[in-house]
Design a protein around this ligand. Structure first.
Ligand SMILES: Nc1ncnc2c1ncn2[C@@H]1O[C@H](COP(=O)(O)OP(=O)(O)O)[C@@H](O)[C@H]1O
Ligand SMILES: [Mg+2]
Length: 370
């Protein structure tokens, strides 16, 4: 029996062409809750499904847990198909938003419960539960009832109960939604540390982009049952593949530009009357004369007296860590976020402002991906 606090050999999860259709209500069309989802979760990785309410995150998770059966496609763990196995044969642990603790049982008994249905000697149950309680800093409160614990402590009990069985995969469905903002940030870091320490392959569901970025090896952006983009948090933030992803993962300016020239490595763009050279994205081709859509994050602009772009401040909003400006620039309004505001005189509505922008900070959207 492997020890719970040591790194365990981890499992790979594969979704291949998963579809889940639910019958529509009284004569309505059927709903494709999940549509052609293919995804690999590498051993020990934490992968997050991120998207708006109703995009199919929970349904995807429930198909891995065995609570729903796919209409089409295969799910496997370490190459073995589990698509039609009942939940208790899959070796997955789940943590829910509602914690789902037993209110009449102590912390210890809640955690031990998961093991009580397995053929494990009592002495080993105690050893394993004690280890997990220590790992989660719950050892001092093991005789308490859940009602006497804070929300964060209850969530740790729920996590302890899921990991004590040493599952192949851990599933999280919006586990932090019931906590207030400060505690949510603290718990997400705790959770990530524990997941990395145990090395358990995990699938995590949230609609909170900051949470997804902070804890994930890989983020999967979903919309209307379909995957929009899969990548590291940085890749998805820096190089969104369409408007939906760019908007969902933070704020974005969408501007039109004209391609002036293109060679094997660079693209020369005319953006708001200024010439900029950007690195060529190998994924798609552009031709001179073409109009293209650019994505620029608000903080990628710099307030720079030498900057190429001159505009007029329409609105300035002071937010503490940064100032957000709406700037009229070449007939459009661009949002500019200034984290370096402590270095400049504050600007207000009506002021002229000069802005710099590096070609590296511009992402072109493939044609037809608006
Ligand atoms: N049991 C069900 N019967 C019918 N429709 C469902 C059922 N479960 C989910 N849906 C529908 O499937 C879609 C995806 O739901 P869900 O996976 O819960 O989304 P999310 O977790 O991203 O909010 C929604 O349109 C939802 O209404
Ligand atoms: Mg959900």
């Amino acid at each position: 029996m492997r020890a719970i606090v040591e790194t365990v050999p981890s499992s790979k999860v594969t979704f291949a062409g998963i579809v889940k259709q639910f019958p529509g209500h009284s004569g309505e069309e059927p709903v494709y809750a999940v549509n052609k989802v293919s995804l690999d979760i590498e051993p020990g990785q934490l992968v997050t499904l991120l998207g708006p309410s109703g995009c199919g995150k929970t349904t995807t998770l429930r198909m891995l847990a065995g609570f729903e059966t796919p209409t089409a496609g295969e799910i496997s763990i370490n190459g073995q198909t589990i698509t039609h196995l009942p939940p208790n044969k899959r070796d997955v642990g789940m943590v829910f938003q509602s914690y789902a603790l037993f209110p009449h049982m102590t912390v210890y008994d809640n955690v031990a419960y998961g093991l009580s249905i397995k053929p494990i000697p009592k002495s080993q149950v105690k050893e394993r539960v004690d280890k997990v309680l220590a790992l989660m800093h719950l050892d001092k409160m093991k005789d308490r009832l859940p009602s006497l614990l804070s929300g964060g402590q209850q969530q740790r009990v729920a996590l302890a109960r899921a990991v004590v069985t040493e599952p192949k995969v851990l599933l999280f469905d919006e586990p932090l939604s019931n906590l207030d903002a400060k505690l949510r940030e603290y718990m997400r870091d705790e959770l990530r540390k524990i997941q990395q320490r145990l090395g358990i392959t995990s699938l995590y569901v949230t609609h909170d982009q900051a949470e997804a970025m902070a804890i994930s090896d890989k983020v999967v952006i979903m919309n209307k049952g379909e995957i929009q983009q899969i990548g590291s948090p940085r890749k998805i933030y820096m190089r969104p593949c369409n408007q939906f992803v760019a908007n969902f993962m933070g704020k974005a300016n969408f501007l039109k530009a004209i391609v002036e020239q293109s060679d094997s490595r660079h693209i020369g763009l005319n953006l708001l009357g200024q010439r900029l050279v950007i690195p060529k994205d190998p994924i798609f081709e552009v031709k001179a004369g073409e109009r293209v859509d650019c994505v620029i994050r608000p903080e990628f602009w710099s307030i720079d007296p030498e900057g190429k772009f001159q505009g007029t401040v329409e609105r300035a909003i002071y937010l503490g860590p940064y100032v957000e400006y709406e700037v009229a620039l070449g007939g459009q309004t661009v949002v500019v976020v200034d984290y370096m505001h402590h270095l400049h005189e504050p600007k207000s509505a009506g002021d002229l402002i000069r802005l710099g922008l590096s070609g590296q900070s511009i992402t072109l959207l493939p044609p037809g991906q608006e």
